[in-house]
Ligand binder design. Structure first.
Ligand SMILES: Nc1nc2c([nH]c(=O)n2[C@H]2C[C@H](O)[C@@H](COP(=O)(O)OP(=O)(O)OP(=O)(O)O)O2)c(=O)[nH]1
Ligand SMILES: [Mg+2]
Length: 256
């Protein structure tokens, strides 16, 4: 019999300098000593955001003021099969305090400094280094080239906070020909035009997808309802109101 999912809400509590909070799991819980994002199980009748609000108050004594839905991850532990609903929390009241005897650490995307981290969180930690506004190549024109001419999309560079690092950026049609993520690249993403393509990118373990201009706002909203399985970029002109509006519905960032 397949185990039922235990639904969990977890918060990436982020300060303006980009550092975020990790906490160690207290003694007595499964996987005690492992580091995690504060949060916990969603109780009957609660939305994921409501559960996070309650957990952050119980565990850290803070009052969350806004939660931006981000990504959802499934993981099979021996103790449970979990579905993790991650949010980014950038506004809260109070100073986080360890209410449950946990250790706490503010860490940066480039340097986590605490170990071991719960295995379901490995991809999450990588993804926190993705900028929220991205273009591929050193000029916007190259981005257009990369996305429109698949034969030229073998290798580019991610700009933004990543600095120049090898990137594989596939067109939607190239994506569907792939069966594994290439080993030699630091970052691997793809253009997507359908939900099927988005799910394929997640199965390959990619770092992001870009819903190109052919994807409607309604489709983007539908893909975000339950949290996309990996960071989702949308096109800049799909969100003329800007990045904040996109993040509000669960889009990671904008790509031009
Ligand atoms: N809070 C949190 N849980 C995570 C993360 N990653 C991850 O795999 N998990 C797993 C570990 C657990 O199996 C599950 C969370 O369940 P939990 O038992 O810690 O939840 P809780 O805080 O409500 O604890 P309790 O009241 O039941 O003692 O999700 C994460 O980043 N944060
Ligand atoms: Mg917890």
């Amino acid at each position: 019999m397949t185990k039922r999912f235990v639904h969990v809400a977890a918060g990436v509590i982020k300060r303006p300098d980009g550092t975020f909070l990790l906490a160690s799991r207290p003694e007595g819980k499964p996987m005690a000593g492992y580091w995690e994002f504060p949060g916990g199980k969603i109780e009957a009748g609660e939305s994921a955001a409501e559960a996070l609000q309650r957990e952050l108050h119980e565990e850290l004594g803070i009052t969350m003021q806004e939660a931006l839905p981000w990504v959802t991850q499934n993981f099979d532990y021996t103790h449970a099969r979990v579905r993790l609903h991650f949010f980014q929390v950038e506004q809260w009241q109070g100073e986080p305090q360890a209410h449950e005897g946990q250790q706490m650490a503010w860490v940066s995307p480039a340097h986590h400094a605490v170990e071991p981290v719960l295995p379901a969180n490995a991809a999450i930690l990588r993804w926190l280094a993705l900028p929220d506004q991205m273009q591929v190549g050193s000029a916007a024109a190259e981005c257009v080239l990369l996305s429109q001419l698949p034969q030229q999309s073998q290798r580019g560079e991610v700009c933004g906070v990543l600095g120049p690092q090898p990137l594989q950026h596939w067109s939607a049609s190239d994506l569907m020909l792939q069966t594994v993520r290439p080993a030699a690249v630091s970052w691997c993403g793809a253009q997507v035009q359908s939900h099927e393509q988005l799910l394929h990118a997640a199965r390959l373990g990619l770092d992001y997808v870009w819903a190109d201009d052919s994807v409607t706002l309604a489709e983007i909203q539908a893909w975000c309802v339950d949290g996309p399985p990996l960071p989702l970029f949308a096109s800049t002109h799909r969100f003329p109101e800007g990045l904040a509006a996109a993040r509000h519905i669960g889009v990671h960032g904008l790509l031009r």
